[in-house]
Design a protein around this ligand. Structure first.
Ligand SMILES: [Zn+2]
Length: 231
């Protein structure tokens, strides 16, 4: 019997989840809830350094992601190692996500919003869409992948999906108590932060999360589009 996990976070690249949901993830793990990270690519094209080789960068970024997950109390990190900037909505990718869902049997999945308009990394859009489709109906239906059932990966119903990077916020989660953990986890992604050139990361992040708390009583929040999977 595989280890199951109540929370599953599916990101296109290492660091996406820290920007989008780390405060929420830390809050949940502090409540004793088990969380797993699935990183679809290892972000090996995410650099403006002409000297670094993609394979080197992938290794660095996987280490950064693993370190960030440790800060947040995430139990497991899975690297699917699809090529960065080349995610596509294919039956193969969908099935891979279904396999992870059936293996870990999460109640809640957190991922990137596929419906954000205009400037949005294509990998983020594809990851969100494929995850949504994988949850419903593919992970749920026993006839979807008979071969997975033979492997012992039984159908599974996810209860909720939270999308970060959304233009349609309907859920704000208070991260006032875990903001410092979000910041510490984000700081693990050194290879990325160097390029962003943000002079005071803590201040920048606080402002960003303060904005996400607008309309709520929280000091700082993470904002999501929340979907209950009722079918
Ligand atoms: Zn990304």
């Amino acid at each position: 019997m595989p280890d199951t996990s109540e929370i599953m976070v599916i990101s296109a690249h290492p660091d996406d989840a820290e920007f989008g949901a780390a405060g929420t993830v830390a809050k949940w793990t502090r409540e004793g809830r088990r969380a797993v990270y699935i990183a679809c690519t290892s972000g090996e094209k995410g650099t403006n350094d002409p000297e670094i080789k993609p394979a080197q960068l992938a290794e660095i970024r996987e280490k950064e992601q693993t370190d960030a997950a440790t800060v947040l109390g995430v139990s497991d990190v899975v690297f699917l190692r699809y090529p960065d900037q080349e995610l596509e909505d294919t039956p193969q990718f969908r099935k891979t996500i279904v396999k992870q869902i059936r293996k870990y049997q999460p109640d809640i999945i957190v991922t990137s919003d596929p419906y954000r308009r205009y400037i949005w990394h294509r990998d983020h859009r594809i990851t969100g869409q494929v995850t949504l489709d994988a949850v419903f109906p593919y992970a749920r239906d026993h006839l979807a992948y008979p071969d997975l059932i033979e492997e012992g990966l039984m159908p599974h119903k996810v209860k909720e999906i939270l999308f970060w990077g959304t233009e349609d916020v309907n859920l704000r989660i208070d991260i006032t108590q875990t903001f410092d953990l979000k910041l510490a986890a984000l700081r693990c992604h050194k290879s990325q932060l160097e390029q962003f050139g943000i002079p005071d990361l803590g201040k920048w992040l606080w402002k960003r999360c303060e904005k996400m708390a607008e309309g709520s009583d929280f000091e700082v929040a993470e904002a999501f589009h929340h979907v209950e999977v009722s079918l």
